[in-house]
Every structure is written in structure tokens, then in C-alpha cells.
Design a protein around this ligand. Structure first.
Ligand SMILES: [Zn+2]
Length: 282
């Protein structure tokens, strides 16, 4: 039987992928990609995510306001999100989250943050809580981004009502010791292909501790490039010169995680498919 891959987190609606989209879609089908969760990040891209989900049955849409975009939201953002979700009963809520890295560690001239007002953590928290409440109300899968704010995220998740089906901590980079608590609250953890880089040895060790029934795999394409030897699929750089991650590298992310865990790719795809269906309903 051919392998069935699931990309638990990417951004196929991104402008950088648009010129190559038809070719990418054909390649993903050829690999055996069963489903990709395509995450909107701001009011500006929800319509594009919606359109992709109507055009491609393998696109599972998710709509949310990313913490990087929280500072630029319009007064009507929550109403717009609610309306968009209502039009997509099977959609998730995401990418939502908390990010202290943009406030304390990101370079002031980081090109990815150009034009964004960096919302302080209390404002990010307010935006996050409102979206989590929408996910909980409809029992939709929530996809959570967190950088350098694990304590704050834990405080929210342990004390508020969260979607009964669980939630995804995408590209989990938090402490190994927190896995158990998050898992008890319903967390799934997606392994990102960029963790195969030598510099991310800590993240690889962390993933050995994730319960097998909570493991997922993702690309975050066009972001989070895999290290050179793992880049099976390549794309020309963005107009800004930045390198682009091809979503076809989901295959390499699975291969890397399987070898890390000492199991076959076949075993991993079967386990991940079951986990994916439990959380995302497909
Ligand atoms: Zn993302």
C-alpha cells in the first residue's frame, strides 16, 4: 500500500508559493499527501485559504490571527473570523498563539516582521483567548504557535476550557518537562522538518518523549527550511531573496522523525494518520 502523509501545519496560501502552486500540488499528490492543514494568519489571507480548500479536497482550512499579526488587526477582526469559520464547518482555528521572541529576541530589522506592530504579550493573550474560545465553542481543532512564552501558555491552557478534541502545539520547541502536562490537557505535538538541523538537537531529544498517540508531522512551508541534505524538494528563493521551504519536504520530515524514533516510515505514517484523524477529523 502506498504511504499516506499528513502535513499538520503549513501555509500553502502564501504569496511566495503562488507562482509555483500548480506544480507543487501535482508533486504533493504524487508523494501521497492525504491532507494538509493550511493555516491562515491574518484577516488578509483567510479568503485565499478558503479558496484553496474549495479547489483542493486535500486542503483542510484553518483560520486564525497569528501573534505576529495580532498588532495589525482591524476592529472587526473577531466578527470576520467568526463569519469565516461559520462558512467552513470542518475548519480549524489557527494559527493562533503567543510569541515573546518577537518582543525580546527578534532583530528590529528582521524582514519577516517588516510593517508589523509587535503586540505586547497581554494584548497577544487577549487575542489568543478570544480565538481559543471560538475553537472551544465549536469543538474545532486549535493550532497553537508558541515561542518563548511556554509558562504563559501553560497558565491559560491549564485554567480555561479548551476544545474537547484537543489542540496542536505546532513545531513544539518547549521544554521536555512540559510535554506530560500539555498532553494531559489534550495536546498533540507536530515535528517540523527543520528540527533535523544539527542546531536543533534539543528539539529532537524532546520529541522522543512525546506519547506516540500524540505525534504529528509538519512542514510550516514556505517557512522553516530543512537542513541541506534533507531538502528533497526545492524552490527558487522569494523575491526578497529569502529561501523557501517546499511542502513536498513533508516526506523528508517523516523520514527524519522515523529514524530518530527508530521505527519504520510505514509504522510512523500509520500512527500519524490515526492521530491526525482523531484531532482534525479527516
Ligand atoms: Zn505556521
Amino acid at each position: 500500500m502506498p504511504l499516506a502523509y499528513h502535513d499538520a501545519h503549513n501555509h500553502l496560501q502564501d504569496d511566495w508559493l503562488a507562482p509555483h502552486f500548480d506544480k507543487i500540488a501535482a508533486q504533493l499528490t504524487a508523494i501521497g499527501l492525504r491532507t494538509a492543514v493550511v493555516n491562515g494568519t491574518s484577516e488578509d489571507d483567510w479568503a485565499r485559504v478558503s479558496k484553496l480548500s474549495l479547489q483542493h479536497s486535500w486542503v483542510l482550512p484553518s483560520f486564525g490571527l497569528h501573534p505576529w499579526d495580532a498588532g495589525n488587526r482591524s476592529p472587526a477582526w473577531l466578527e470576520k473570523l467568526s463569519t469565516t469559520l461559520a462558512a467552513h464547518p470542518g475548519a480549524g482555528v489557527g494559527e493562533i498563539g503567543l510569541d515573546r521572541w518577537i518582543l525580546e529576541r527578534a532583530r528590529p530589522d528582521d524582514p519577516r516582521l517588516t510593517g508589523l506592530r509587535r503586540a505586547p504579550l497581554d494584548e497577544q493573550t487577549e487575542v489568543f483567548n478570544a480565538q481559543l474560545a471560538l475553537a472551544t465553542r465549536d469543538n474545532r481543532p486549535a493550532t497553537i504557535h508558541c515561542l518563548d512564552a511556554w509558562g504563559a501558555l501553560w497558565e491559560i491552557l491549564r485554567s480555561t476550557t479548551i476544545p474537547a478534541r484537543g489542540f496542536l502545539l505546532h513545531a513544539y520547541s518547549g521544554p521536555a518537562e512540559m510535554i506530560r502536562g500539555f498532553a494531559e490537557r489534550g495536546a498533540y505535538f507536530s515535528f517540523n522538518g527543520s528540527f533535523l538541523d544539527e542546531r536543533h538537537a534539543r528539539h529532537r531529544e524532546t520529541f522522543k518523549l512525546v506519547p506516540p498517540d500524540r505525534l504529528l508531522v509538519e512542514t510550516d512551508a514556505p517557512a522553516m527550511l530543512l537542513p541541506q541534505p534533507w531538502r528533497t524538494y526545492k524552490l527558487p528563493p522569494a523575491p526578497t531573496g529569502q529561501p523557501i521551504n517546499h511542502p513536498g519536504n513533508i516526506e523528508a520530515a517523516y523520514a527524519g522523525l522515523a529514524s530518530l524514533l527508530g521505527i519504520s516510515v510505514e509504522t510512523l505514517t500509520i500512527q500519524v494518520a490515526a492521530n491526525f484523524t482523531r484531532l482534525f477529523g479527516r
